[in-house]
Design a protein around this ligand. Structure first.
Ligand code: NAD
Length: 273
């Protein structure tokens, strides 16, 4: 019961059905509930989010689904207000919502990217794609912290975990706008951590490597791609979403009471090379 009497909100947490590959947010919701927390699963995929929350409740856990597009400031404000009205407090915020590729074309435009590799590059990055990535990852995390922190202050402290990526730390040949947004989350975490450390509000970032989630499906269902990627990982495999969730759980719980402004890399040794 490491999360007893704590109330948490996790964004991008709809993908958490039992018996299916879970997203990091969905797996984190299960881990928090297992340890006694009341959890609000926030997402834009309402149907899936409602089903996941219902499954958690069936096991006796305290879980609720809320519709929240993390780029929408008014929705953030309303969501945090209603959680505090219902639970009396907010202790933990996990900014996890994420979006992957930002090119949806079919590579037939002679002036556009000719393949998936090229589509990652800055020459083919669109302003809309960049804004979308910065919107979900940077603006979303900023808004979450902006509205959660005043409530955490009333409680005498709190813990915020921003889900970045190994691609937010080192330069890699990946989607330009994604890695840029993830690096933004990493730096914002440290800045906000310093601002609120004296109030016992802790802010840390986690940096998963390749993880088996619904969003990353093509990266592990294609055997050739999987073999290529795992050959670069010292542990020789991708992470399960539950392995990332356990690290987030540690940072959310009081066991990490002296950790703030830190970054936890969870990547099977990938970035250690
Ligand atoms: N899977 C990986 O390999 C990997 C690696 C490093 C970091 N990450 C990060 O982990 C986080 C979770 O990724 P995942 O792979 O578990 O994804 P996932 O399969 O759970 O999908 C992401 C979820 O975010 C939700 N979402 C998207 N836009 C949203 C918005 N505007 N508002 C609210 N919710 C929104 C989606 O509906 C979906 O439920 C992301 O931030 C991702 O960038 C993933």
């Amino acid at each position: 019961m490491r999360m007893r009497s704590k109330t948490a909100i996790i964004t991008g947490a709809a993908t958490g059905l039992k018996g299916e590959i879970r997203g990091i947010g969905g797996a984190t919701a299960w881990a928090f509930v297992r340890e006694g927390a009341t959890v609000y699963l926030a997402d834009i995929n309402d149907e899936l989010g409602e089903r996941t929350a219902a499954q958690i409740r069936e096991t006796g856990g305290s879980a609720h689904y809320v519709h929240l597009d993390v780029t929408d400031e008014a929705l953030w404000q309303n969501t945090i207000d209603s959680i505090v009205k219902a639970e009396g407090a907010l202790d933990v915020l996990v900014n996890n919502a994420g979006t992957g590729r930002d090119y949806d074309g079919d590579y037939t435009d002679p002036d556009g990217p000719q393949n998936a590799e090229e589509a990652l590059k800055v020459e083919f990055t669109t302003v809309e794609g960049l804004d979308r990535q910065l919107g979900v990852h940077v603006r979303g995390a900023m808004l979450g912290m902006k509205y959660a922190i005043p409530e955490m202050r009333k409680r005498g402290g709190g813990s915020i975990i921003n889900v970045s990526s190994i691609h937010g730390i080192v330069g890699v040949d990946t989607i330009t706008s994604y890695s840029t947004a993830k690096a933004g989350m990493r730096h914002m975490s440290k800045t906000v951590a310093i601002q609120y450390a004296s109030e016992n509000i802790r802010v840390n970032s986690v940096h998963p490597g390749y993880t088996k989630t619904p969003a990353a499906l093509p990266l592990f269902t294609d055997p050739e791609l999987y073999a290529d990627r795992t050959s670069q990982i010292p542990m020789g495999r991708y992470a399960e979403s539950e392995e990332i969730a356990n690290s987030i759980l540690f940072l959310a719980s009081d066991e990490s009471s002296y950790i703030t402004g830190a970054e936890l890399v969870i990547d099977g040794g990938h970035n250690a090379q």
